[in-house]
Design a protein around this ligand. Structure first.
Ligand code: NAP
Length: 557
């Protein structure tokens, strides 16, 4: 498998830092799945590393998001790494792992590889500045520490900076309010309470059915309806787990070829136009019943690129909503109508639509009416909803948000967030011109896909790059400006080949969910397999688009 590393067990050194002493070879920012996997790799390469993490534990997303119902939308067995050291001793419990299970997994990986001594928790990186003369980075933290290193590797997550719109009147609200990304460790008891939830994205879709079971009443404030696909979660038997372990390599090979990085065949092998209307409905029904993202990937291969196929699949979902939700008015409000399926990332529901049949659940359509919070509840136009508690599930300043919070300065003092003012531009989502030895794992413009699989590939690619730097005696590596332009144009072109950009609905993977943020192709929408082909071509071409320099010479291949 191209993505896995660690076959070459010899260790490397990373340049000379231009003669300057450094504290460590590499500073890694973020202890989520990407950062932990990178730290395993730097150990294997024999490099010294410090990993700085803002949270009080490892886990990233899976540390912060303790809200009720939080679980993966990828199959549990591919929400992890194809590492021999952890393949046989981890027991996957369910098809979609809960937050505690997923958090336990990443802690288990951290323990197995004995990584804790290189990890500093409860600490945020404030700045990372490249010194042109010494050819080193200086990283400063909010703990007042300064660390010098030869490279900085960001693993700050794609959805890690919560977005909280400022709602008028919130400071006067007399009840309790909660943010999903900052959930109390001990949970919240909603029994007997009138609860409101603002937002109906993937997070809210997980919270709503759970809170509805406890709350006296739940009012769901929906601005834009989503196409929610049924997850169809299941417990895994011992036999299931044996099958996963036995076929682990094959499963990950499949995930590395599947567009979304999941354990689903890479293609359905049919397009809608090849089927009769009856066959089309049969195929869509099978995909719907199979659960999870199978509806997107096991039905028609042209679903995300051919408008008529997308319309067909979207209409099928609307029919399902109308058949599940008993109140026709509520069903109609839940039907997305003016943007394509996939234009916003479809959430997976665990009896989501069914929840609106409960007598204690009300859907409030705020598509045309911004809400105002008052001391006793929420006003939406003429309607007032008295509530005891509000849950905000309003999303993230995705992809670039967290990186923008760090003052990252490259060659000649150029500032990364200024460079990316119109949207991120990278070489293969892993490097930026003018920022030598700044590497990114699962960064902007990497595939829109199951994160651990993307992280595994990026780590493997960077590991091979570091080896080549070692072989060439390079201190630094950075892509050419042309390479960054070329790749960014390709990312745009790939997006334009889909039906996803049109519709203009607020979507985090287009950067359009944050008021004022420029719309940009912040992610690679061509699938993991196609991304790998582009990235492997760079390796096969001897890293021709990457400039490598030693203290005295250009050592590019
Ligand atoms: P999101 O999809 O961006 O949803 C945010 C919600 O808040 C939307 O319904 C949005 O409405 C609403 N909202 C934002 N500002 C508002 C305002 N001023 N007034 C009223 N409503 C407002 O965010 P998310 O649900 O946190 O999910 C983000 C991504 O995280 C997902 O797409 C997914 O990739 C990931 N995620 C994954 C999992 C998983 O894998 N298990 C679980 C949760 C999240 P509009 O749509 O109208 O903007």
């Amino acid at each position: 498998m191209t993505a896995t590393t660690g076959k070459d067990t010899s260790t490397i050194t990373l340049g000379t830092g231009g003669g300057g002493d450094v504290d460590v070879d590499v500073v890694i920012i973020g202890a989520g799945f990407s950062g932990i996997r990178m730290l395993i790799e730097t150990r294997r390469l024999g490099l010294t590393a410090r990993l700085i993490e803002a949270g009080s534990d490892v886990g990233g997303t899976w540390y912060w998001n303790k809200y009720p119902g939080a679980r993966t939308d990828s199959q549990a067995w591919v929400y992890g790494f194809p590492l021999d050291e952890v393949r046989n001793d981890w027991r996957w419990e369910e098809r979609f792992a809960t937050q505690p299970q997923t958090h336990a997994y990443i802690r288990h990986v951290t323990d197995t590889f004995d990584l804790w001594s290189d990890i500093t928790l409860d600490t945020r990186v404030g700045s990372a500045v490249f010194d042109d003369d010494a050819r080193t980075w200086t990283v400063t933290t909010d703990g007042g520490e300064t660390i010098s290193s030869k490279a900085v590797i960001t693993a700050t997550g794609q959805l890690s900076l919560p977005y909280y719109p400022s709602f008028d009147g919130l400071s006067d609200f007399e009840g309790d309010w909660y943010q999903t990304q900052n959930w109390p460790d001990d949970g919240v008891d909603f029994r007997g309470k009138r609860v409101a939830i603002v937002g109906t994205g993937a997070t809210a879709v997980q919270v709503i059915p759970i809170v509805a079971e406890d709350a006296a009443h739940l009012s769901v404030f929906q601005r834009t309806p989503n196409y929610v696909l049924p997850a169809r979660n299941d417990k895994l038997s011992e036999h299931d787990v044996d099958v996963i372990r036995t076929n682990f390599d094959e499963i990950f090979d499949r995930a590395f070829s599947q567009p979304f990085g999941m354990d689903i065949p890479p293609a359905a092998g049919r397009i809608a136009a090849d089927c009769t209307p009856e066959q089309q409905q049969q195929v869509l029904d099978r995909g719907w019943e199979a659960g999870g993202f199978r509806y997107l990937f096991e039905t028609f291969d042209d679903l995300l690129v051919e408008q008529s196929t997308n319309d067909l699949a979207a209409e099928f979902i609307r029919k399902k909503i109308r058949s599940i939700v008993r109140d026709p008015e509520t069903a109609e409000k839940l039907c997305p109508k003016d943007y394509p399926l996939g234009g916003k990332r479809p959430p997976l529901g665990h009896y989501y639509y069914e929840t609106f049949n409960r007598p204690n659940v009300t859907l409030v359509d705020i598509g045309e009416t911004p809400i105002r919070i008052e001391p006793k509840g929420i006003r939406a136009g003429d309607e007032f909803h008295e509530v005891d508690a509000i849950i905000f599930a309003t999303g993230y300043d995705a992809i670039t948000g967290t990186l923008d919070q760090i003052d990252i300065r490259g060659r000649d003092g150029r500032v990364l967030r200024e460079r990316w003012a119109e949207g991120p531009k990278t070489h293969l989502g892993m490097m930026v011109d003018g920022f030598p030895n700044l590497f990114m794992v699962a960064g902007p413009q990497t595939p829109f896909a199951n994160i651990p699989v993307v992280a595994e590939y990026c780590v493997g690619w960077l590991s091979r790059l570091l080896r080549v730097m070692h072989e060439r005696g390079a201190d630094t590596a950075e892509p050419t400006t042309e390479a960054v332009q070329e790749f960014s144009q390709l990312v745009e072109a790939v997006l334009d080949a889909t039906v996803l950009r049109q519709g203009g609905k607020r979507s985090w993977f287009l950067g359009t969910n944050i008021p004022g943020k420029p719309a940009a192709a912040v992610m690679w929408l061509g699938g993991v397999g196609a991304f790998r082909e582009v990235a492997e071509a760079e390796v096969d071409g001897g890293y021709g688009k990457v400039v490598m320099e030693s203290a005295t010479a250009n050592v590019s291949g």
